[in-house]
Design a protein around this ligand. Sequence first.
Ligand SMILES: [Fe+2]
Ligand SMILES: [Fe+2]
Length: 453
Amino acid sequence: MINTAKASTLTKQSLTRSEEKVKKHVKLIERTYINNNDSDYTKKIKELDKNFNYSSNSNYYWSDPELSTLYGTSLYEEASPSQRIALNHIYWAGQYIQTAATEASTVFYNQLTARVFSQFNGYETLCKELELETEQERHHIHAFQKMSYKTKIALQGKARLGNPLYKQFKLQFSPINWINSQLLGLQSCTLGSIAKIMLPSRAQSNLFLKELENQNKSIPIQTSALIGLMAGSKPMLRFLTLNWGSSPFLACQYYLIRFMANMLLKDYEYRYSLYFRQLEKKGEFIPAPTAVSRYHLLDESFHTTISQQIAKELYKDFPKPTAYEKFVANLVIYLAQRNTLSGLSGGILCVFRDDAQLMLLFYRLLQSPVFEMSSVEALYWIEKCLCHEHEGFHVNLKYHQRLLSDFRHHFQDFDFFWPVNREMRLMAKGGSIDKAIQSNINSFQQFSKSVSC
Ligand SMILES: [Fe+2]
Ligand SMILES: [Fe+2]
């Protein structure tokens, strides 16, 4: 829970803002809070979560077929009708396990940044909204985890969900290694010291971070969550967290990353929502996961509005950013592009990285009861699906391009952005099927060696 009690050691700061600006974004935040509070989408998700039974939903598609793992590959072409339905369910489960991890980190960052905003007059409703969102995320996370694991266990079995080989492979290909060795090469304590030196008065002021420190708890670092993938390494995520928790400008910039995560989720969740409405119109059975996606999209629309208002308007209420703060804000977007948006998966729609990290997942899936392949057969199909052009790459490219144009539209007014960020140049460069295939060919050579030895 967010404790918005004012710190006795801190002096309230009054801000001078033009009446017009105050009216516009503060009013929008207040209206969003009222509407979110009055909505019952979370309640509906809780009910669906409570009553979820995989077998009652197992014979139905949960979305258009294109939201299926390995969609458009030669394997998908040869798959039986029941295998195709399984791939459709595995896509939902995989995407929402990732979303659960991402929303677990949102719970932390909502609390962290609310502490920054609560030091200023006039943001009480915003803090209440963040508290409400945090509560909603807890229910979303529960539903996603329970329903995804039930689905995965029903289709793949418990034994296939864990594999020691993954650790070995992950070490070789982890972006953590890459970013540490090539981009920064700095250790966690060094980065933390930089934040404290550059933000001397502010770095001490976040009570939430202080409480963690007093309880000897470290900052919860989730590199599996989208924000962890975006940061690229634990030291970098810790460094960014210290910054987001220590300056009002940078706390607002956290919401730019949250907004990007909101948009990435919406890229495919909107498709589930459309499918829900089609089924509803026709009076047909609506699978529980489809309904959860629909209600989640509606809950998240409030969160997206808040992300957008903080990132694009609210930051202007606070003192102008220093050169250091501008640098950190740009670094975040640069890393997010580089680590999570500059590639194309050939096996999972709306994943905009190459498939190196996903090969083991496909390897396990192909040997699971869904396909019952041998290791040699699984490797044969992974190479065939990921290292050659197919329809799935083209469909994924369309999603990538739509998201790219949305980001460019939203980022055009940020005058403190570096051009590489304003124009999302790294992401644009990553929208190449040839590049994705070449990268997969290289990764597959190493992957096949790692599982064969
Ligand atoms: Fe959520
Ligand atoms: Fe959310």
